[in-house]
Design a protein around this ligand. Structure first.
Ligand code: SF4
Ligand code: SF4
Length: 164
């Protein structure tokens, strides 16, 4: 058997001082100072998300009518069990609508599964990302906070049409 022992190469005097490596690091730091900066001064400067951004999920209304038909798919697919729906019947052609639709925003993980599974494009991820609550109850968003018109969600709906 060849039991050859590999020994670490001894450091040179300069390497032992670490000075060349410190200078290399400083050179890199100084070069970065003069490059364009990407840091935003939040909250004075706000991030404007692109259409592909997944902010909080919202319900879509078209001409004042919500698209949701209360099929419950979004609620079933939600991995964090954040969606609660209560369905009811309506005289309109879509026959069913959610009399209650709630999303617990403390549970939501912004995965977008609800948006992906919805057959009516009735729930989509918005650009809203600033959320703050002072109690658990405040974090449960009902239809009053969830409903948004197609005009407000134009960018996202367009993006979904082009990328699905
Ligand atoms: S984004 Fe994900 S976690 Fe949030 S409500 Fe939709 S499915 Fe549930
Ligand atoms: S939002 Fe879509 S998936 Fe969820 S209940 Fe309504 S129609 Fe069904």
């Amino acid at each position: 058997m060849n039991n050859k022992i590999i020994r670490k190469k001894d450091l040179t005097f300069l390497q032992k001082l670490y000075i060349p490596d410190i200078l290399k690091g400083l050179k890199l730091t100084i070069a970065e100072i003069f490059k364009p900066k990407f840091t935003q001064q939040f909250p004075e400067e706000r991030f404007a998300p692109p259409a592909s951004f997944r902010g909080r999920p919202v319900l879509v209304t078209e001409n004042g009518t919500e698209r949701c038909v209360a099929c419950g798919l979004c609620s079933r697919v939600c991995p964090s069990l954040a969606i609660e729906i209560q369905a009811s019947e309506t005289e309109s052609p879509k026959e069913r609508y959610p009399v209650k639709f709630e999303i617990n925003m403390l549970r939501c993980i912004y995965c977008g599964f609800c948006e992906e599974v919805c057959p009516e494009e009735a729930i989509v991820m918005s650009k809203e990302y600033l959320l703050a609550f002072s109690s658990q109850e405040e974090a449960i968003f009902g239809k009053d906070k969830l409903v948004k018109s197609t005009t407000e969600l134009h960018d996202r709906l367009e993006w979904l049409r082009n990328n699905r």
